[in-house]
Design a protein around this ligand. Structure first.
Ligand code: ATP
Ligand code: MN
Length: 539
């Protein structure tokens, strides 16, 4: 057993410009838990987890994510409204302000790393203003051994000051909060927001630049697990589509729930050391692995208790829909150690189609896979306003555009090459609506989605021919006719609607949204990839 209480190492933060701080170095999560309670910053829940509130921000703020434009980044980053440039001199000034702000304070510092494959390891020092942010860092990054900490050499630094407020006019930010990456200084500077996810997605963004540019490795916004036969599966998808939920499968070993690299040596490795699960409507019945992972050491964010108890009401979204829990990956029972896998045999693209158009599972040809990867489709459902039932299509290239500093073509080319080499099966899984669009239909049952994924993994969906598959008339994807554990009618979205006219009208509406979005990629996608998309149709 490694005992973090025994770490006697003292460090100085002077080289960062932080002076006279009281430094709590690599405290154990238990100790940090107690500090949070003492300071009134958190509450111990029934299961032993600590519940905290992240404050004003309960999600990432993509419009306030900047990249310093310098010699390293200026010709490589795909600049625009996703990768917003930040002036280097202004960054230095803001950095000085933040480090001055943190001086004389009591801080929580942790040395950790990213990338489970030693060859790609990135050492990180996390400097937090708040103790619970430091629990998040313990849970989500990889944890060095006591020996490794002895001569730890941090490469990247996260400086995280939630209560520091920027002055947009002077500091060059958009508003009071910001997350800025500086590749020359190797710093992720976060201020004005306590949302913990900014730390993990900051490092993810850095790796999404470094790995393809310098290490011939494809970074992916996906979860991964491995079967008893050693076969790896990966699950791409935007937020809320099911990466975390579906990769937690008791019969398969979890590699990771959100961020992975695919190396030139044909391995998959997790960037992280933990999971960050949504807990909205979480139940032990539907998601036992995640439910049971919420125990001592886990950090719950923005949840509400059942009246007069310290038991969480997972259905209460009065603070946010994005209620979350982070925990070290070993809170999940069946995990792969270390978090590595071989070339995947199956790749799933998860999408929560609120139009109810896409089949719950379909098989993609290589050009269709390229098309859907570049498109990165999911749907957002309108707010809770009464009467507003219209879903909004949302496209995010590579299923993770906000974290991808390079042009999507770079990642898409790498993925296409790797998929060809590995001879993978690619599946499009609609974890969204069935029987009609949002407002009329319902979300497909988790047990059906799990059954379809299992069938795909076990080779139970037949061979790729007309006997076993129906070709969707608008999207051209191959829809299995049968699947163990799933009623036949569920496999055909058209059949679940019970209204052909309405179904096709919606299908063409969605296909037109796909085509319109893809226009911006016409110049990078060849004719074959373009043919992987749906038909265009004009009413
Ligand atoms: P993020 O990138 O934000 O971490 P994610 O892709 O990991 O998102 P999940 O955390 O797995 O997404 O969220 C999926 C949510 O949808 C969960 O709350 C899950 O319970 C719910 N859900 C409902 N039906 C399904 C289904 N059929 N398949 C998958 N998830 C479903
Ligand atoms: Mn997730």
């Amino acid at each position: 057993m490694m005992n973090h209480e025994l770490i006697s190492k003292t460090i100085s933060l002077k080289k960062y410009g932080i002076k006279n701080a009281i430094i709590n170095y690599n405290l154990s999560p238990e100790k940090l838990h107690d500090i949070c309670i003492e300071k009134g910053l958190g509450v111990k829940t029934y299961s032993g987890a600590l519940a905290i509130n992240t404050g004003e921000f309960t999600g990432r703020s993509p419009l306030d994510r900047f990249i310093v434009q310098d010699e390293i980044t200026k010709d490589k980053v795909w600049w625009g409204d996703i990768n917003i440039p930040f002036d280097s001199n202004r960054f230095d000034k803001l950095y000085d302000k933040v480090t001055k702000y943190l001086s004389d304070k009591e801080l929580y510092v942790r040395d950790a790393y990213a990338c489970a494959d030693d060859k790609y390891r990135m050492n990180i020092r996390v400097i937090n203003e708040l103790p619970w942010s430091n629990i998040f860092a313990y849970n989500m990054f990889l944890r060095p051994t006591t020996e490794e900490l002895d001569d730890f050499n941090p490469e990247w630094t996260i400086i995280n000051a939630p209560n520091f407020m920027a002055d947009a006019e002077i500091d060059g930010t958009r508003q009071h909060n910001f997350a800025i990456l500086d590749f020359s200084k190797k710093v992720v500077l976060i201020g004005g927001t306590g949302y913990t996810g900014e730390m993990k997605k900051g490092i993810f963004s850095a790796l999404n630049f470094i790995l393809p540019v310098y290490k011939e490795t494809l970074p992916m916004h996906c979860s991964a697990n491995v079967g008893e036969n050693g076969e790896t599966a990966i699950f791409f998808g935007l937020s809320g589509t099911g990466k975390t939920t579906l990769s937690a499968d008791p019969k398969r070993k979890l590699i990771g729930d959100d961020e992975h690299g695919w190396t030139k040596d044909n391995t998959i490795f997790n960037f992280e050391g933990g999971c960050y699960a949504k807990v909205i409507n979480l139940s032990k019945e539907n998601e036992p692995d995640i439910f049971d992972a919420i125990k001592s050491g886990s950090l719950l964010e923005n949840v509400i208790f059942k009246n007069g108890t310290n038991e969480v009401d997972f259905s209460d979204i009065s603070i946010t829909q994005n209620t979350r829990v982070s925990y070290p990956i070993n809170h999940i029972k069946n995990i792969q150690k270390p978090s590595l896998g071989k070339n995947p045999k199956n790749i799933f693209f998860l999408t929560a189609d609120a139009f109810g158009v896409l089949p719950p599972i379909s098989r993609l040809l290589p050009n269709q896979a390229a098309y859907h990867f570049i498109s990165g489709y999911t749907a957002k459902v309108a707010g809770t306003e009464a009467g507003v039932t219209e879903p909004i299509p949302s496209f995010s290239a590579c299923f993770g555009a906000p974290f991808m500093p390079l042009h999507p073509a770079k990642y898409a080319e790498m993925l296409s090459t790797k998929m060809k080499e590995a001879n993978v099966n690619v599946w499009l899984v609609n974890t969204g609506w069935t029987g009609g669009p949002y407002g009329i239909g319902t979300r497909i049952k988790l047990k059906y989605t799990r059954a379809m994924i299992n069938a795909a993994l076990n080779g139970d969906l037949g061979t790729y021919n007309y006997k076993d598959y129906h070709i969707h008339s608008v999207f051209g994807v191959a829809q299995p006719r049968e699947c163990p554990g799933v009623p036949k009618s569920v496999l055909s979205p058209r059949a679940t609607w019970n209204n052909d006219e309405a179904y096709y009208k919606m299908a063409f509406k969605l296909s037109n949204a796909f085509r319109e979005n893809f226009d911006q990629f016409e110049s990078i996608a060849n004719e074959e990839i373009r043919r992987g998309g749906p038909q265009r149709f004009a009413f």
